[in-house]
Design a protein around this ligand. Structure first.
Ligand SMILES: Nc1ncnc2c1ncn2[C@@H]1O[C@H](COP(=O)(O)OP(=O)(O)OP(=O)(O)O)[C@@H](O)[C@H]1O
Length: 304
């Protein structure tokens, strides 16, 4: 199947500041791809280049195998949303969508459809300038959906939304991906990415990771049956296990990571020294921990 989006060797500098360097990755159909990076990591820069809004210093981007500008019937192929979809503050939401529909040669009835899909019917007659940032985001999403595109690219779609809206957004994005579309959402919120995306691209001026959220979380888990144990006295447990197990590492709030000893040994040891076991499981790092590790591996001192 055609790759939905590809970035190849993308580099962009603003004067002496490097926003993005040598970024290469692709986005497939049928998935929500989370484009994660902290503030200023280069997400918007990548997406603006993809949408033809600025030129890179180096590298190329394609949508459905072509440069964005060369796509025929573009609104039906790709929907892109930054902020509020470029709505004029003096227009109502409906007026904005009608203008955008005319420009994209989309039937007028589609305006009501996208208002319903994005739960913005009740605010359609309000002037955009008087709407909250969250409503303007939803309007941006509605604009991007006008052409019922195969590829959807959303820059920070959850920014400014309340928890209920975020749930609805997540369900919508998931439905769109399940119907075979490619959906890209950028976010600075790892928890949000974790709940929304099937695949994640971690960015910090460079691509640090691409793969499933699950693989990211397990990336630095030791192979070969390591276990993590949390107890009423981790320091004592670590000291005791160090004499019987191969490799024992205390991990601050996360308990003790033990390699080379099975669950039985760990539980027997705990019982023998009168330590209570709160948790015994295969170690799965939080995404936040993994991001800090990734950053430290690529940028010395990066996650301090
Ligand atoms: N027009 C510009 N002129 C100068 N520097 C810029 C410009 N746009 C972005 N930058 C810088 O480039 C870097 C990447 O910015 P970008 O907006 O792409 O990051 P981002 O990951 O989208 O951040 P955020 O999550 O805060 O939106 C930042 O250091 C930013 O300050």
């Amino acid at each position: 199947m055609t790759t939905a989006i590809s970035f190849s060797g993308l580099t962009k500098r603003y004067g002496a500041r490097t926003a993005i360097e040598d970024a290469t990755f692709s986005v497939q159909f049928g998935e929500v791809t989370g484009f994660f990076g902290p503030r200023g990591a280069g997400k918007t820069t990548c997406l603006r280049i993809l949408a033809g809004l600025m030129a890179p210093d180096c590298g190329t981007t394609t949508v459905l195998g072509r440069p964005f500008a060369g796509l025929p019937s573009r609104a039906r192929q790709v929907g892109v949303a930054f902020d509020d979809g470029g709505a004029h503050p003096g227009h109502t939401g409906r007026q904005h969508l009608l203008l955008a529909a005319a420009e994209a040669a989309v039937p007028v009835r589609r305006v009501d459809e996208v208002l319903a899909i994005t739960d913005t019917e009740d605010v359609a007659e309000r002037k955009v300038g008087s709407c909250s940032p969250g409503i303007r985001r939803r309007l941006g999403l509605a604009t991007a959906l006008l052409g019922d595109p195969r590829v959807l690219v959303l820059d920070g779609p959850a920014d400014g939304l309340d928890p209920l809206d975020i749930r609805r957004l997540r369900a919508l994005l998931s439905r769109l991906a399940d119907s075979g579309r490619a959906v890209v959402v950028s976010s600075r919120d790892l928890a949000e990415v974790e709940q929304t995306a099937d695949r994640v691209i971690v960015l910090h001026h460079r691509v640090l990771f691409t793969g499933s959220v699950e693989v990211l979380r397990r990336r630095s888990c030791p192979a070969g049956g390591a276990l993590r144990v949390r107890t009423s006295d981790d320091a004592r447990m670590a000291a005791e296990l160090a004499s019987s197990a191969g490799d024992v590492r205390s991990e601050a709030a996360h308990g003790v990571l033990v390699q080379g000893a099975g669950a039985e040994t760990i539980l027997t040891t705990a019982a023998a020294i009168g330590v209570e076991v709160y948790e015994l499981a295969e170690p799965v790092a939080s995404l936040e921990e993994e991001f800090c590790r990734l950053l430290n591996e690529t940028v010395p001192g990066g996650a301090r």
